[in-house]
Design a protein around this ligand. Structure first.
Ligand SMILES: NC(=O)c1ccc[n+]([C@@H]2O[C@H](COP(=O)([O-])OP(=O)(O)OC[C@H]3O[C@@H](n4cnc5c(N)ncnc54)[C@H](OP(=O)(O)O)[C@@H]3O)[C@@H](O)[C@H]2O)c1
Length: 236
């Protein structure tokens, strides 16, 4: 498919799910604007260097600079992929409260801020699609993961309210709810969840890319507000 005129902003594009979506959409000739903190990783996407924004998404001015650039240079934006996110879990004894609150800031406050900014632009232009990488933990909880699940429940609630607000418009909002995907997200864990949860074949980033393509290739009148994707061994 030729998509030269489709403009996408992808956060968390330096690794894992965001990187894979950026690489795949670029290969399909979408115009990809990619952001994350690590410029060396963003560079591996081989995009136009002007379309790479390295910085801390928590900073409102940094968000403004990306959004202004897109609309000044391209005059529109078709897709926002909210992939930037972090994961902190732990028992009552072990949880690091500062890391927990910084996760809440990124997953909720920062993501909501950017989404509202882009949605105001989507409303002006009359179209657009926000795709949130939520989680199966946006629909259920696990011991030690209450904080993380709360951020994804928040993303789901936000998205469902927006879907209602946007009924009848050409602006779409979708949440993808993956189970375990092999990325850097669990790199610091002493025991990887594929061991503790007995998931022999976790999802790959390519599985998420296929899900994205399924969602974005739907006809104009179709909405996919939520789509859960799990590995076959996921049993909770
Ligand atoms: N992996 C899974 O099993 C799984 C399952 C369900 C849902 N998810 C969700 O999928 C999303 C992507 O996760 P992933 O698995 O792809 O993990 P990942 O490989 O760790 O990617 C996280 C991305 O977020 C970026 N990021 C983190 N803090 C940032 C900040 N302050 N400012 C800007 N960018 C920041 C990171 O880039 P820099 O470090 O370069 O800034 C990185 O690109 C997350 O929301 C996660 O909750 C993952």
């Amino acid at each position: 498919m030729i998509n030269n005129d489709k403009i996408c902003l992808i956060t968390g594009a330096s690794s894992g799910i965001g990187f894979a979506i950026a690489r795949a959409l670029h290969a399909d000739n979408f115009k990809v604007i990619a952001t994350a903190r690590r410029l060396d990783k963003l560079t591996e996407l081989r995009l136009d260097s002007n379309d790479l924004f390295s910085g801390d998404l928590n900073l409102p001015d940094f968000q403004d600079s990306i959004v202004d650039y897109i609309f000044d240079k391209y005059g529109k934006c078709d897709f926002l992929f909210n992939c930037a996110g972090s994961l902190e879990v732990g028992t009552i004894e072990d949880i690091d409260i500062d890391k927990l609150t910084s996760m809440i800031r990124l997953n909720v406050e920062t993501t909501f801020r950017l989404t509202y900014k882009i949605l105001k632009r989507f409303k002006n232009q009359g179209f657009g699609h926000v795709i949130n990488i939520s989680s199966v933990l946006g629909t259920k909880v696990r011991p030690t993961a209450g904080g993380y699940a709360a951020t994804k429940f928040a993303m789901e609630a936000f998205s469902e309210a927006l879907r209602m607000e946007l009924t009848g418009t050409n602006i779409k909002i979708s949440c993808i709810e993956p189970g375990l995907v092999m990325t850097e997200l669990h790199n610091d864990w002493k025991v990887h969840p594929k061991e503790s949860m007995n998931i022999h074949d976790p999802l790959t980033v390519d599985n998420i890319v296929d899900t994205v393509k399924f969602i974005i290739n739907q006809p104009d009148h179709v909405r996919i507000p939520r789509l859960m994707i799990l590995p076959k061994d996921h049993n909770i």
